[in-house]
Design a protein around this ligand. Structure first.
Ligand SMILES: C[S@@+](CC[C@H](N)C(=O)[O-])C[C@H]1O[C@@H](n2cnc3c(N)ncnc32)[C@H](O)[C@@H]1O
Length: 278
């Protein structure tokens, strides 16, 4: 079979399964299998591919047609211009989380800092910060052992394992350390809203990474309470929050003695990150 026929077949199957990005997904899957840039496979679209490639492609197209996210199929997601290994034990890093990293990197200004990332998942937040702030070191914790295995793999791949350590641990069990910065992108979706999420998220991403309890604030509250006991004096807490959660989180922060220092909005003008000093 030639490349163009294979791409058309893949795209058609995905379209029939209501995958909106059917054409580009078909191209991305084939370029990943052939280890060639997308542009290259389009230019070489009259080239023949082996039966083995066709079979492999068909398998991945079948997975994508069930709405499985491309990141899980390809085991990779680009974040902060780096490749992060991902699997179904970890949330797929999101662009809005890059806002959080960007803000922290600007605020820390290459200062020697000891950082804690609560609910580290792939390790994307901590590792991206450490890649920019060479004097910083940090710990990532996650309640999921399998997520921590992924974070360690990414730390190794990015050659940051000297400055980043990862532990399977609930945030309740972090003590004996004091940090300059605590960062967290906790699960913040209301339990009752999970059923309304798109198929790719609801069916494939780990519940424990999404479910923030009845009001979506269960883990956010725990992170704030915990941070009071393990932040250094004038330490910073950096949180990613969900749509419409700013008012409530702001009230909790104030009540616990934090002073909001910076709010970051996403491209739809929603406040999605809070930096607060203790
Ligand atoms: C929204 S995901 C964020 C993952 C990653 N930091 C990111 O930004 O892509 C939340 C993470 O928190 C972890 N988590 C949930 N409850 C936790 C708890 N009580 N203690 C530690 N980690 C927890 C989940 O396993 C999940 O990996």
């Amino acid at each position: 079979m030639i490349i163009s026929d294979l791409l058309n077949t893949g795209s058609k199957i995905l379209k029939n399964n209501k995958i909106k990005t059917h054409r580009i997904d078909s191209e991305i899957i084939l370029s990943d299998i052939l280890k060639l840039q997308r542009e290259k496979i389009i230019i070489d679209s009259d080239k023949e591919v082996s039966k083995k490639i066709v079979n492999h492609f068909n398998k991945l197209i079948t997975r994508r047609s069930t709405s499985e996210p491309l990141a899980y199929i390809l085991k990779n997601k680009e974040f902060w211009s780096k490749n992060f290994f991902v699997n179904r034990n970890t949330l797929i890093p999101r662009p809005e989380t890059e806002l959080l990293c960007d803000t922290i990197i600007k605020v820390l200004k290459n200062k020697q800092s000891h950082i804690l990332d609560i609910g580290t998942g792939t390790g994307c937040i901590l590792l991206s910060i450490l890649s920019e702030i060479k004097k910083a070191k940090g710990i990532g914790v996650d309640i999921s052992k399998k997520a921590i295995q992924v974070a360690k793999k990414n730390s190794h791949n990015l050659k940051l394992n000297k400055r980043a350590k990862f532990f399977t641990r609930s945030l309740n069990d972090v003590y004996n350390y004091k940090f300059d910065l605590i960062v967290s992108n906790p699960p913040y979706i209301k339990t009752s809203d999970i059923k309304n999420l798109s198929d790719d998220v609801r069916k494939f991403e780990p519940k424990i990474a999404l479910d923030g309890g009845k009001d979506g604030l269960d883990v956010i509250k725990k992170v704030i309470y915990k941070s009071k006991t393990i932040l250094k004096k004038l330490g910073l807490l950096a949180l990613e929050i969900g749509y419409g959660q700013h008012y409530k989180v702001s009230q909790i922060l104030k009540k616990q003695g934090f002073r909001e220092e910076l709010l970051v909005k996403d491209n739809r003008n929603n406040i999605r990150c809070i930096l607060a000093r203790f």
